[in-house]
Design a protein. Structure first.
Length: 40
């Protein structure tokens, strides 16, 4: 069970932080957030 939890946790981190999203110009959320911080 712990392997499943770890796999799901890794997928969620990938999906929410690393995966490119079309709604923000095909950037990863981390990259998009970093660009906003630099522009401020």
């Amino acid at each position: 069970k712990s392997e499943l939890v770890a796999a799901v946790d890794n997928w969620v981190k990938f999906y929410n932080s690393v995966r490119r999203h079309s709604s923000i110009g095909m950037l990863s959320p981390d990259t998009f957030e970093q660009s906003l911080r630099m522009a401020a």
